[in-house]
Design a binder for this molecule. Structure first.
Ligand code: 5RP
Length: 207
C-alpha cells in the first residue's frame, strides 16, 4: 500500500512546474508527495491544509505561505479515504477536510493521489465532519448518527464522523451542508476532481 501511495505521489509531483502555486493536502500519501516535490528543487509557492503538512513541507525546504492573500492556485494535490467509480470522494481521515475542500476548490486543477485500496464500489460510512463547538449537543442531535473524535481540525473546531446511511451522496452532502453547526463535511463532489492517480502495483493508473 505504501509503495502504491509513493508511485501515485511521484506521478503527481511530475505535474508540478516551476513558478506554480500548489495546494498541499494532508496524510501519508501527501508525505510522499512532499519528498518528491522537494527533490525536484522547483521554485513553487505552496499552501498547506494542516500543521502536519506545513511542518513537513518546511522541513523539506518547500516554501509555504498563508492561504489568505492568494486568490487561486494552479494545482492542488491530495489523498482520499474512498474513491467511488463516479468520482465522489470521502476525505477527512486526517480531520483536515474543510481546508482540503477550500484548497481543492481554489485550484485550477485538483489531482487526487491514492493507493488502490481506496477504490470502492460505493461510498460507505463514516463521513468525516467538522463541527463548531457552539451548540455542539444540538448539532449532534440534529445529525442523529454522529460520533465525536478526540481530535480537532486545523482551525480548532471539533471533528466527528457521520455513521448514518449514505444513499445518494449529493443529497447527503446537501443535507449535511444545510445543517447548522456543520462547518464542512468530507464528501467531495466529482465536479471538484480533475484527475485521479492510483498506484496499481508498480505503476500508476490515471482516471
Ligand atoms: C486527510 C485526508 C487524507 O487525504 C485521507 O485521510 C487519506 O490519507 P492517507 O494518504 O494517509 O491514506 O483526507 O483529511
Amino acid at each position: 500500500v505504501d509503495a502504491e501511495k509513493r508511485v501515485a505521489a511521484e506521478a503527481a509531483a511530475a505535474l508540478v512546474e516551476d513558478g506554480m502555486t500548489v495546494g498541499l493536502g494532508t496524510g501519508s500519501t501527501v508525505e510522499h508527495l512532499l519528498a518528491a516535490l522537494s527533490a525536484r528543487k522547483l521554485r513553487i509557492r505552496c499552501v498547506a491544509t494542516s500543521m502536519q503538512t506545513e511542518r513537513a513541507a518546511l522541513g523539506l525546504g518547500l516554501r509555504v505561505e498563508p492561504f489568505e492573500a492568494l486568490e487561486r492556485l494552479d494545482l492542488a494535490i491530495d489523498g482520499a479515504d474512498q474513491i467511488a467509480p463516479d468520482r465522489w470522494l470521502v476525505k477527512g481521515g486526517g480531520g483536515a477536510h474543510t481546508r482540503e475542500k477550500i484548497v481543492a476548490a481554489a485550484a485550477d486543477r485538483f489531482v487526487v493521489i491514492a493507493s488502490s485500496d481506496k477504490l470502492v464500489d460505493e461510498l460507505r460510512p463514516p463521513i468525516p465532519l467538522e463541527l463548531l463547538r457552539f451548540g455542539l449537543a444540538a448539532t449532534l442531535r440534529a445529525l442523529g448518527h454522529a460520533g465525536l473524535r478526540d481530535e480537532q481540525s486545523p482551525d480548532g473546531n471539533l471533528i466527528a464522523d457521520y455513521h448514518g446511511a449514505i444513499g445518494d451522496p449529493a443529497s447527503l452532502a446537501a443535507w449535511l451542508s444545510s445543517t447548522p453547526g456543520v462547518v464542512e463535511h468530507g464528501l467531495f463532489p466529482p465536479v471538484l476532481v480533475d484527475e485521479i492517480l492510483v498506484g496499481s502495483g508498480p505503476g500508476v493508473e490515471r482516471r
